[in-house]
Write a protein that binds this ligand. Structure first.
Ligand code: NOJ
Length: 962
């Protein structure tokens, strides 16, 4: 992404004219595709695709050259250790590849494969490189935080010359059938194959070999043209270790749908990538990159990568984590009928065959056998960590643009929100706040007293987020640059010199957060006394951390750059952004001695594990309807890939959206886990109060809806933190038995609230069809009318411009705070409203989790966690964990919560016999009192409102319904 600042209006006008002309002859503004490699331009991808083609064309005679050598196979401490022998020539010469297959207590299996010669550093590097000789084996060190306890009950149940069968997992239901020659593994659940490794024989572990300099004209015994130095877009990658890719085919048997491997713009159910009608021609790529004006419906790489894939069919989910941080491509094909070509059973379910190709590193793959989507999310969360408990304000609305240009500007925007009574929590400062893009400084002319901003915001409980990027300006008299150089904490080039590149500040160096010393240094920079102008309500935005390098190969660093411990950038590229994000997260935790507060850090680049450090957003989208639609799918995909705290720029980064689009975008984003408006420096201002009649009022209503539901959002984040569950839940996740929903990616449930939302993301569209996953009763969220629905069918809802299509599924209890205020902090001690949607069976349940939204005191029991239950006879609230809350010594926040009540209960549906009444008897804390009931029955809406309920939210209470 490039700045167009400084262009005069004449130039802008000329450019607009030019681009208008270009529109006539070709596609409108879009990514410069030629800046990024296609598979055929990345040697290792091309070689592996060719290998796959060769295997397919010789299918009956193709033999994978890998065999397991097992003298005395044994399973010890849940692990099998062996060596795979790769036959590399007709003379039978072999390369040794040590393999470990681990069975974990959680039921997850892990397979790692390395190259013995490289483990022993017994290779020579070209070009006098000082890079590490081993294959990169540290991705787990950054990504994996738990779940590795071995399954000591795993046992070999069968063994002969051709295979070993290991039974493992919960109640021994899982089985790994390890085939020895050729090496392959069949993962089974209840005796049925679900995931197969190397079924198509595409396992390819490119072993190290010396480059043989041949006299000109002499033929190569093998096609070596892509093995060594490769040039792309004017940069040459020297590849000192030569070809070293690792690839494998992984088949999902009986699964037509696979999801995951963000970040891409295509549908949730991933497409085939080997051409054909409606399919992609290119594999999905994961190579974190600053992709300028990215295109929709594409397998191209974007800013972040999570190499985690999930497959689902009716009643069964399985998954896979390909833990590799190098440039990675994934081909997908689907087969109709049995994957066995000799099978006559054309009716057999479809299968998905995937082909994973990484440029470097060891092979390290985790296999999840489900069977439910919940199991998969939970176990993936155990391994890579779950969403950090957020700062509560972070779930409110964030107002950003590139740029609010001065202190006065910021204060003015803040005041205008108040004037228009529009709630918001955070205002953001993009790069222009700095003194000539020197991070950790404020511009001395336009931001003379940044603390005064912090104070004005703080008076309404609001916060400030400032951007800090990983490139450090290389300029004199900038102490941060001087320290980075003198302490030698930057990334180096292949020759060991500090790497120089170009980014916002011009000539820059990049902090190397793989270096523990760099991470310690980073902490010192954020201390309040060092980062002048920041205070307790300042938080951080990490951008450009793919890393983005203007004019670099594919807008990033050369792959032969060197990081801490001499790992090549090639090895760690996709981890780079996470280490930076992580460092900032830790730095915010140590801003002041004795301050134990949760950080908030937004990141653009990410990898498996980034969910532990904050939120992500989908980068530089466009202000058009397609991007609005795609944002929904992308965020759903983030959720099922373990990183649900996600958002997209509202209402599109590039361009000037029309009012209808902005309005629909606010309505959609009211359901983004991370809700931030942002815009490019060349766009017109579009803060919600500028939209005009009726749009400002409609956007405000969407914002107030968000704020009223904050208690439900916070509880949903609590679940994400506890068990890795998604926040926006797709139909297959909530209803794994309903077949018709497996490819639906434009509607979602919000956590377990029962709120089913389908935002309008099309111009001039004033009604929509929502797919109904079950035979429960559904109510319209706004009118409380019972909606006539049928399981597996669509129902049409009206969606005038002021309406978000939104249903409540029967059987849920939603928590809200209904008094509109200026920020979430000002709502912190407001009373609650419960909205109960009564199920077909006259039941409902729901939970509320709340803590101080800021500190780590919740780890010491300083939280309220209630379970609300409606049975046909009683409505009650109990501690969700059965704790004796009297025994908890309340801190300041918990004490203040003593005065917070559930004050209003709205019961939607249910039978008039029960709810058409004047009052109910409320019991709590040894007392009984009556509360008034207003019953409404008109136009198909039946609901009772219980007023002045008056129960303390943290206490047990009940209302008998006889
Ligand atoms: C790129 C980011 O994606 C965008 O959000 C930001 O405004 C610019 N960098 C400038 O910092």
């Amino acid at each position: 992404m490039r700045s167009t600042m400084g262009l005069s209006w004449k130039w802008t006008a000329l450019l607009s004219l030019l681009s208008a002309l270009l529109c006539l002859i070709g596609p409108a503004l879009a990514v410069k595709e030629h800046d990024f490699k296609k598979c055929a331009q990345a040697g290792f991808c091309k070689r592996n695709r060719d290998y796959a083609d060769k295997a397919a064309s010789q299918s009956s005679t193709w033999i994978s050259p890998y065999q397991v050598a097992l003298d005395s196979p044994s399973l010890k401490d849940g692990q099998i250790q062996a060596v795979i022998l790769k036959t590399i020539n007709a003379a039978g010469e072999k390369v040794r590849l040590p393999v470990t297959i681990s069975f974990l207590q959680s039921g997850v299996a892990r397979v790692t494969i390395d190259e013995e010669r490289r483990q022993n550093k017994d290779i020579e590097l070209r070009h006098g490189s000082v890079a590490r000789k081993e294959r990169y084996n540290e991705a787990a060190k950054w990504s994996i935080v738990g779940g590795l306890e071995p399954d000591l009950k795993a046992e070999i149940v069968h063994q002969d010359d051709s295979q070993i069968n290991v039974q493992y997992g919960l109640e021994g239901k899982f089985e790994a059938v390890i085939k020895l020659s050729p090496f392959a593994i069949d993962f089974r659940r209840d005796g049925v194959s679900h995931i197969k490794f190397n079924e198509r024989g595409l396992f390819n572990f490119e072993h190290w070999r010396p480059k043989v300099e041949r006299p000109e004209g002499e033929e190569n015994p093998e096609e070596e043209s892509t093995w060594w130095d490769e040039t792309f877009g004017g940069s040459t990658d020297t590849k000192p270790r030569g070809p070293e890719s690792v690839a494998l085919d992984i088949s999902f048997h009986g699964y037509e749908h696979v999801y995951g491997i963000p970040e891409h713009t295509g549908p949730l159910s991933l497409k085939q990538t080997r051409g054909g009608d409606g399919n992609y021609d290119e594999p999905y790529r994961m190579y974190n990159a600053d992709v300028f004006e990215y295109i929709l419906d594409s397998p191209m790489t974007l800013y972040g990568s999570i190499p985690f894939m999930q497959a689902h069919r009716k009643d069964s989910s399985v998954g896979l984590l390909w833990l590799n941080a190098a440039d990675t491509w994934v081909d997908i094909i689907k087969t109709k009928g049995s994957s066995n070509p000799l099978s006559l059973n054309a009716e057999a379910p479809s299968s998905t065959q995937t082909h994973w190709i990484s440029e470097a590193g060891i092979f390290d793959v985790f296999v999840f056998l489900g069977p439910t989507p919940q199991d998969i999310s939970k176990k993936y969360g155990e391994l890579t960590g779950t969403t950090a408990m957020p700062q509560e304000f972070a779930l409110g609305y964030h107002q950003c643009r590139w740029n609010y240009i001065s202190e006065d500007d910021v204060k003015d925007v803040d005041r205008r929100f108040d004037k228009w009574q529009i709630p918001y929590d955070v205002i953001w400062l993009d790069i222009e706040y700095t003194d000539e893009i020197k991070y950790f400084t404020f511009d001395p002319h336009s931001f003379t007293d940044p603390i005064s901003i912090g104070k004005q915001l703080d008076s309404h409980g609001r916060k400030l987020v400032v951007i800090i990027d990983p490139h450090i300006k290389r300029v004199d008299n900038y102490p941060i640059n001087e320290q980075l150089q003198s302490l030698d904490l930057a990334v180096h080039d292949k020759d060991g010199k500090i790497y120089e590149g170009d980014c916002w500040p011009g000539l820059s160096n990049w902090i190397d957060c793989f270096n523990p010393k760099a991470r310690e240094w980073w902490k010192t920079l954020y201390k309040y006394e060092n980062f002048n102008g920041t205070m307790e309500n300042t938080f951080i935005w990490n951008d450009m951390n793919e890393p983005s390098v203007f004019h670099g190969p594919e807008t990033t660093m050369p792959k032969d750059n060197l990081h801490f411990d001499d790992w090549e950038h090639r090895d760690v590229h996709n981890l780079n952004g996470m280490t930076y994000h992580h460092s900032t997260f830790e730095a915010l935790k140590s801003r002041k001695k004795g301050e134990f507060r949760r950080p908030f850090v937004l990141t653009r680049a990410f990898f498996s594990g980034s969910q532990r450090f904050g939120a992500m957003w989908t980068g530089d989208n466009l202000a058009d309807w397609g991007h609005l639609q795609t944002s929904i799918t992308m965020l759903i995909n983030q959720g099922i890939s373990g990183f649900p705290f996600s958002g997209a720029d509202v209402a599109g980064f590039f361009g000037d959206p029309e009012s209808e689009l902005i309005t629909r975008w606010y309505q959609t984003a009211a359901f983004y886990p991370f809700f931030r408006a942002h815009a490019h420096i060349d766009t017109r201002r579009r803060e919600p109060y500028l939209l005009g009649d009726p749009y400002t009022a409609i956007a405000t209503a969407a914002l107030r809806l968000r704020y009223s539901l904050l208690p439900s959002w916070y509880t949903t984040f609590f679940y994400a933190n506890r068990d890795g569950s998604p926040i926006l839940r797709p139909m297959f996740w909530t209803h794994p038995s309903s077949e018709g929903g497996l490819a639906i990616d434009d509607q979602f449930f919000l956590g377990s609230t029962g709120l089913l939302v389908k935002p309008i993301a099309e111009k001039d569209k004033y009604s929509t069809d929502i797919w109904i996953p079950d035979d429960e009763v559904y109510y319209d969220y706004f009118t409380y009318k019972t909606v006539k629905t049928e399981q597996g069918k669509h129902v049409t809802l009206d969606a005038p411009i002021d309406r978000i299509p939104m249903l409540i599924r029967g059987g849920h209890i939603i928590t809200r705070r209904d008094i509109p205020r200026r920020s979430s902090a000002l709502m912190r001690f407001d009373d609650y409203t419960l909205v109960i949607s009564v199920s077909k069976n006259n039941e409902a349940e729901g939970e509320l989790y709340v803590d101080d939204g800021d500190s780590y005191d919740y780890l010491e029991g300083q939280y309220i966690y209630r379970k609300f239950t409606l049975t046909p006879n009683v409505l009650s609230s109990t501690d969700a964990e059965g704790r004796d809350t009297k025994k908890i010594k309340p801190g300041k926040w918990l004490k203040a919560m003593r005065d917070v009540h559930v004050q209003k209960i709205i019961v939607v549906g249910g039978t008039p016999d029960v709810w058409n009444r004047k009052e109910v008897q409320v019991q709590s804390e040894g007392r009984t009192w009556s509360a008034n009931v207003d019953y409404h029955a008109a136009d198909g809406a039946y609901y009772a409102v219980i007023n002045r309920v008056g129960v303390r939210v943290g206490e047990n209470w009940s209302i008998k319904l006889d």
